[in-house]
Design a protein around this ligand. Structure first.
Ligand SMILES: C[S@@+](CC[C@H](N)C(=O)[O-])C[C@H]1O[C@@H](n2cnc3c(N)ncnc32)[C@H](O)[C@@H]1O
Length: 152
């Protein structure tokens, strides 16, 4: 395995924490919150048919934003070209069951920004929501590939 691949695995694990663990909640609300609020302001679910609002999330990473939009009734497609991200998002979205049933140690490879050994060994659980709880009619897909090539 290449060093760059190992770094991608490490960053994918940290991304799991940001997108799908309880400890990522604050960061999610800061970065996804304003986008979700704006969409709900532009297309309020009580005034539009949310299903008819098509939303594309290019570079969707592990898919949390796209998932949140689909959960709110919008037709949403996430797009991503990194196989590391696609493998991990497929795992979380399609295979994980139950709340916080899995655990990662996202900082175990970190050598900086650590005040104590405990910081390095701090675990994070996921998923903080059950992705399979999306209602049956939810319109949520992920498109794999380069944004500039697969979406026409
Ligand atoms: C900075 S990350 C952000 C991921 C996610 N939106 C988030 O907020 O966590 C950018 C993502 O875009 C993806 N990406 C970059 N260029 C892309 C392209 N041309 N087509 C599809 N995905 C792309 C990368 O693989 C990466 O996962």
């Amino acid at each position: 395995m290449l060093v760059s691949d190992i770094e991608k695995v490490q960053s994918t694990i940290r991304q799991i924490v940001r997108d799908w663990s309880p400890s990522g909640a604050h960061e999610r609300s800061q970065c996804y919150g304003p986008i979700i609020n704006k969409i709900e302001q532009l297309f309020p679910q009580d005034r539009v048919c949310a299903e008819e609002v098509n939303i594309l999330v290019p570079g969707a990473g592990l898919g949390r934003l796209a998932y949140e939009l689909a959960k709110r009734g919008y037709t949403c497609q996430g797009n991503e070209f990194s196989l590391f991200m696609l493998f991990a998002s497929n795992f979380v979205l399609n295979k994980c069951r139950g709340l916080n049933t899995l655990r990662v140690y996202p900082w175990v490879h970190a050598g900086s920004n650590l005040l104590t050994n405990g910081d390095q060994l701090r675990p994070a659980t996921f998923p903080d929501t059950n992705p399979s709880d999306l209602h049956r009619q939810a319109q949520f897909t992920m498109a794999a590939g380069d944004f500039l090539e697969v979406l026409h």
